[in-house]
Design a protein around this ligand. Structure first.
Ligand SMILES: *Cc1c(COP(=O)(O)O)cnc(C)c1O
Length: 366
């Protein structure tokens, strides 16, 4: 049996991507152009049922630009989870609005609708659920709350390419959705992001804000940024988009194998309405999580990740928005979670090594 180290993540970037990038570089036109337009079109058809797509230079830019296009700004509050990557709250804060942190559900690690409803004030303009680890947030319950209180939904779909809720793809529920193409996500463009929306005017504004606020050259209509995607990145994204469906199927198969064979830990659950795309396969361990991670690495050569050890409302950057706030389910998850390797290139032998290692460490600690 091999004892080669199994890393926590393993982006697949190969010769097809090299060829696509070479083609763009040889064309002499590398900034946003026809490759980006084609990527937007293909992503629209494949991922979000034909919704408008606006490509940008990162997932964070997709969130930030989308919020600006939706008119979010100073004086507004947007309810976000604290158990997520800091980009979620950062994007709200960067508009001048206030991120208001709500708690999560234990089973799926996504926003708890009851906690969201309790956080609504007369300044709340929107709710930003995160489809964490590739599992969609409860879009039925959050949709009802948004409707009842006249709020917009903004979906952080950075980890959830292809996930569905009630058969409908994430990125199509809210005023907009935001995807990321960072290398460790389910598909990459090197770096990059995509804003998805059913609202043509929001798409037009987002495309303008992406490009210094202009639709017509040098006739800048609004204040904007340079958040453009390059055609080099779009070319990588197009190759990956053609493969991500098969990769997702492999992630789901790997997850099923782990869930069937792991013992002594809490395996991830899937809501009956959900399709999980397993950006992460995240277990809970009840005692000494950091010791568990160290034992997997040192005794068994298995890499794993902790996403995320510090809740956003406890970070020095975002804590000032949440004085005195207690989010017990968030704190508990931050202390208990471990994400195991689940990426598509894992072999059966590697999966068996992961199971053997996790079960041994769990048993030793029990
Ligand atoms: C990765 C990620 C982002 C940001 O995407 P980038 O492309 O890294 O800017 C935002 N939200 C979540 C939940 C993420 O995982």
């Amino acid at each position: 049996m091999s004892t080669e180290f199994i890393p926590a993540a393993h982006p697949i970037i190969g010769e097809d991507e090299v060829d696509a990038v070479s083609r763009v570089i040889r064309s002499g036109m590398v900034a946003q152009g026809p490759e980006t337009a084609a990527f937007e079109q293909e992503f629209s058809e494949q991922m979000v049922g034909g919704a408008h797509c606006v490509a940008v230079n990162s997932g964070t830019s997709a969130l930030h630009t989308g919020l600006l296009a939706a008119g979010v700004g100073p004086g507004d509050e947007v309810i976000v989870p604290s158990f997520t990557f800091a980009a979620t709250g950062n994007s709200v804060a960067l508009t001048g609005a206030t991120p208001v942190f709500a708690d999560i559900e234990d089973d799926y690690f996504c926003l708890d609708p009851a906690s969201v409803e309790a956080a609504i004030t007369d300044k709340t303009v929107g709710i930003m659920p995160v489809h964490l680890y590739g599992h969609p947030a409860n879009m039925d319950a959050l949709g009802k709350i948004a409707e009842k209180h006249g709020l917009k939904l903004f979906e952080d779909a950075a980890q959830a390419h292809g996930a569905t809720w009630g058969g409908r793809p994430v990125g199509t529920f809210g005023a907009f959705g935001a995807f990321s193409f960072y290398p460790t996500k389910n598909m990459t463009a090197g770096e990059g992001g995509m804003i998805t929306t059913g609202d043509g005017e929001l798409a037009r504004l987002a495309a303008m804000i992406r490009n210094q606020g202009m639709e017509k050259r040098y006739a800048n209509e609004v204040v904007g940024l340079n958040n453009r995607m390059t055609d080099i990145n779009a070319a990588i994204g197009r190759v990956q988009l053609a493969k991500v469906g098969e990769w997702t199927r492999q992630r789901q198969e790997n997850a099923a194998f782990l869930t069937e064979n792991l013992e002594g830990v809490v395996a991830p659950k899937v809501a009956p309405e959900a399709t999980h795309v397993y950006h992460q396969y995240t277990i809970r361990v009840s005692a000494d999580r950091d010791g568990f991670v160290a034992a997997l690495k040192d005794e068994h050569g298995i890499g794993s990740g902790v996403y995320y050890p510090i809740p956003n409302h406890r970070l020095p950057s975002l804590a000032p928005y949440a004085p005195g706030l207690e989010l017990p389910h968030t704190e508990k998850a931050a202390a208990e979670v471990i994400s195991l390797p689940v990426y598509p290139s894992l072999t059966r032998e590697q999966l068996e090594r992961i199971v053997t290692a996790v079960n041994a460490v769990a048993k030793a600690g029990a």
